[in-house]
Design a binder for this molecule. Structure first.
Ligand code: SF4
Ligand code: SF4
Length: 195
């Protein structure tokens, strides 16, 4: 019985000494190194956490973080949405009645983006969308901390087209198509009447 009590105290003391040793050894602050540094996993001294957001780890150059889209360079081709494995890119294109501009690499723009949403809550950060984009306008940024209160706030909206504008653009295109069809019919009738 006495032995058991002594053993109990000895074990408790040993555990306490380990706890205290770690407590005091972790009092010092760690040097902040990027994960790519050869000594990153060798550092045993100091605290295991950093004082975020006052401190932060350097971001790896090839890191995949939040997506961003430069809409001025987007030709609304939908390739990024098609390649996305989790369907988190939602694009609605409207055909323009004529060329509406050029991207910075000289590609002609012929479609409006009535909607360009990316649900970052679903995104698995595979980066495929950035690879297929012909104008390289969808990119992964070094932004990783975009804390939000509601889940729906993680759906980033890149199009600034209003529903009214979208309706107007759709109408314009439909009207152009109708006029072209009417002109085509008139030309055919004229041809048939002349022959
Ligand atoms: S990174 Fe991958 S999952 Fe995320 S939007 Fe692009 S293709 Fe989809
Ligand atoms: S692949 Fe690029 S150009 Fe095409 S819709 Fe997506 S972001 Fe726009």
């Amino acid at each position: 019985m006495t032995n058991k009590i002594i053993n109990g105290f000895a074990t408790a003391l040993k555990g306490l000494s380990i706890t205290l040793r770690h407590l005091f050894s972790s009092h010092g602050k760690r040097n902040i190194l990027p994960a790519s540094d050869a000594n990153y996993f060798k550092r045993l001294e100091g605290t295991n956490t950093i004082q975020y957001p006052h401190q932060s780890l350097p971001i790896p150059e090839v890191g995949r973080y939040q997506l961003d889209v430069e809409m001025d360079d987007c030709i609304v081709c939908d390739l990024c949405a098609k390649v996305c494995p989790v369907d988190c890119i939602d694009i609605e294109a409207i055909k323009a009645t004529e060329a509406i501009g050029q991207t910075s690499d000289g590609t002609t723009k012929r479609l409006y983006a009535a909607k360009f949403d990316i649900d970052m809550a679903k995104c698995m950060y595979c980066g495929l969308c950035t690879i297929v984009c012909p104008t390289e306008c969808i990119v992964m940024t070094n932004q990783y901390d975009r804390s939000v209160v509601g889940l729906n706030e993680l759906t980033y909206k890149f199009s600034d087209m209003t529903p009214e504008d979208a309706t107007q653009k759709r109408r314009e295109f439909e009207q152009q198509q109708a006029e072209r069809q009417a002109a085509k019919m008139a030309a055919m009738q004229k041809k048939e009447g002349g022959s």
